[in-house]
Design a binder for this molecule. Structure first.
Ligand SMILES: C[S@@+](CC[C@H](N)C(=O)[O-])C[C@H]1O[C@@H](n2cnc3c(N)ncnc32)[C@H](O)[C@@H]1O
Length: 283
């Protein structure tokens, strides 16, 4: 049998269809509708989700409804959502440990853009750490407040600021959040996160680096990226998962990491092959 080409016709068609929907201002609605119909037609995933919900998540905490799972991770699979959270929490622990740090030793931590608590639920056992989460998505935060009572949850606006004091947190992480911010909001949010991290404290964040570069960027966008420029696709839908920001390493180091030291950098780490940066706020 002939080998299938690595790039399928769907890969070529996707940006064309998305571009057409975007020009009609229907990108986000069209994409959400398409994925929702696909989910309800996917009997296998519906059945697997129902079975997983009946047995309950291994951590004994409730599972978010499928629509919140989708808003957080762009997929509907409840078990996949849970397992990706286990994996990401262990990646965070490992990255900290490799740099001589332990999450248990931080008195105050914040999950910025926590969604419906995929990662934060993994910190239930941190008895001496005050755990906080914030997101602009009101429905996700309402769900977190009810289901994950061990943490404090707040909502914020899509643009800064946050309702936390200066220098409050020992550790803040933003997992796949800068991946969805418009260019105008990238630096203001970084400044805001720097404001609330203690001097000597740490910020971990992830971005789309070069991993999906060839599949998701047009040749012109690839050229910008290669020249070290930030590329933001569909900025009209900023802060939603439909808006995708792609960060070259040089852009992060030159613009976003200002006022921090880059302590560690893991290209294409963890689920979704994003680049991980661990920064320390200058004293
Ligand atoms: C891909 S999801 C990741 C959710 C979560 N961090 C996780 O890893 O499961 C992106 C998250 O960023 C949140 N977000 C996007 N823009 C934001 C903003 N300006 N302020 C707070 N949260 C934001 C979205 O609501 C969404 O929950």
């Amino acid at each position: 049998m002939a080998q299938q080409s690595a790039i399928s016709p769907r890969t070529h068609l996707r940006p064309i269809i998305l571009g057409m929907l975007d020009s009609l201002h229907l990108g986000l609605v069209g994409s959400n509708l398409y994925h929702r119909v696909k989910y309800y037609a996917d009997v296998k995933t519906l059945f697997r989700n129902a079975r997983y919900r009946i047995h309950g998540a291994p951590d004994g905490l409730p599972l978010p409804p499928a629509r919140l799972i989708y808003l957080s991770v762009g997929g509907w699979d409840a078990e996949g959502f849970y397992q990706a959270g286990v994996l990401d929490a262990s990646n965070i622990r490992r990255l900290l440990e490799e740099n001589g740090l332990a999450i248990e030793k931080f008195p105050e931590i914040l999950d910025f853009g926590c969604g419906c608590g995929r990662i934060i639920r993994q910190w239930k056992g941190l008895l001496r750490t005050k755990v906080h989460g914030t997101d602009y998505n009101y429905a996700a935060i309402e769900w977190c407040r009810r289901a994950l009572p061990f943490a404090d949850f707040r909502t914020n606006s899509t643009a800064p600021s946050l309702a936390y004091d200066d220098n409050k947190f020992d550790f803040v992480y933003a997992r796949s959040v800068f991946t969805h911010l418009t260019e105008q909001l990238q630096k203001p949010w970084m400044d805001e996160l720097r404001r609330i991290v203690k001097p000597g404290g740490f910020l971990l964040f992830t971005v789309h680096g070069a991993s999906r570069f060839d599949k998701q960027l047009t040749p012109g966008e690839q050229e910008h990226f290669t020249r070290g420029q930030l590329v933001v696709k569909y900025p009209r839908y900023g802060s939603s998962n439909f808006c995708g920001a792609f960060h070259p390493e040089s852009y992060v180091r030159k613009h976003l990491a200002k006022g921090f030291t880059v302590v560690d950098y893991i290209p294409e780490g963890g689920a979704w092959a994003q680049d991980w940066y661990l920064l320390q706020k200058l004293g």
